[in-house]
Design a protein around this ligand. Structure first.
Ligand SMILES: Cc1cc2nc3c(=O)[nH]c(=O)nc-3n(C[C@H](O)[C@H](O)[C@H](O)COP(=O)(O)O)c2cc1C
Length: 317
């Protein structure tokens, strides 16, 4: 029997899943919610415009244009500053708060944020409980972790810390920091946690198609998924998993790429379209051979009309 999916979240992806991408992907799929790119917290209460820049949807009730709610993500290590900034994000309209304990970036880990905190479950507890006390119990507090820093030996302690701090949800990217983004993802670790702790869990990592989603749900024993790069590589992946839709054919994707260029025009960032399209095609290449052809045809182009011409050319060959 095929496993039944319950909720699907669009993953936070810094520099990729920004407002425009969130808009496109949530207009194509029934995502339950999205997590924003992270806001880096050091030792200050950040001005409102910083939150606004990461999450322009705050102006729209913190929902994408198609109505999918967003939750802001914070990354940092100082419990008090994390709590103050969490309160600000909630006051500005964020649907709950997500805390990033998975970021592998050297700069972030050096200053003791992100995945390095997986070595310090006690610190994870302090950060989450400080936020929980500050925001109260009405709002969702979620955490995003990896299995550990070098191995999964502290996973139990980490999840215990998250649960004891009264967080409501936990996403587990089923790899260690050391594993980086190398396949596979070790989904079975999630099942062990699921059996022990009473917290809503989302499984994440290496879900590229419906079959991966089913294997992940069955190995992790969880019906809730978070989709990252797979959601970029197959733009209707959430609905392929949830509603048994067929993967989007290239001719529809071609129209979507053109729609992306129109949206960008309103943003008035002249180079954005060409660089972001090339970035997106790197993921699309994993599912569509036409994306590879298009990438090669536009890799030195910057002009939007020339790029649009090439999109048509590839569509009609
Ligand atoms: C370009 C990129 C940026 C990311 N940025 C964030 C981020 O801001 N916050 C976070 O918690 N995870 C971030 N991640 C990790 C993803 O949310 C996700 O956990 C990871 O990609 C594994 O899922 P996947 O195999 O489905 O891609 C990022 C991943 C990528 C590829």
């Amino acid at each position: 029997m095929k496993p039944q999916v319950k909720k699907i979240i669009l993953a936070p992806m810094e520099g990729v899943a920004d407002e425009l991408m969130r808009h496109l992907l949530t207009s194509l799929n029934n995502y339950d919610f999205c997590i924003t790119e992270f806001v880096r917290i050091v030792d200050a209460l950040l001005p409102k415009h910083v939150f606004q820049r990461i999450c322009p949807e705050l102006d729209n009730g913190c929902k994408t244009k198609s109505g999918t709610p967003l939750r802001m993500q914070l990354l940092g290590q100082e419990p008090e500053w994390m709590a103050e900034n969490a309160v600000r994000a909630i006051e500005m309209g964020s649907h709950g708060i997500d805390i990033n304990f998975g970021c592998p970036a050297k700069a972030v880990n050096k200053s003791k944020g992100g995945a390095v905190l997986l070595n310090e479950p006690e610190k994870i507890y302090q950060i989450l409980s400080s936020i929980r006390s500050a925001v109260g119990t009405d709002d969702i507090l979620s955490a995003k972790i990896r299995l550990g820093f070098t191995d999964a030996s502290k996973l139990d302690e980490i999840v215990s810390a998250v649960e004891s701090a009264n967080a409501n949800q936990l996403t587990i990217h089923a790899r260690t920091k050391q594993d980086g983004y190398r396949p596979p993802a070790y989904w079975h670790f999630i099942a062990e946690i699921k059996a022990k702790y009473d917290i809503e869990i989302f499984a994440n990592g290496e879900i590229w198609n419906k079959e991966d989603a089913y294997s992940c749900m069955s190995q992790s024993q969880t019906p809730n998924l978070m989709l990252g790069r797979g959601a970029l590589a197959m733009p209707n992946l959430a609905n392929v998993i949830k509603l048994d839709e067929a993967p989007m054919p290239w001719h529809e994707l071609s129209s979507l790429l053109k729609q992306y260029s129109d949206l960008e025009l309103q943003g008035d960032k002249s180079y954005y379209f060409s660089s972001r399209l090339k970035q997106w095609l790197r993921y699309l290449k994993l599912q569509y051979p036409q994306a590879n052809t298009l990438f090669n045809a536009i890799k030195v182009l910057k002009n939007k009309d020339e790029i649009l011409y090439q999109i048509d050319l590839v569509e009609n060959t």
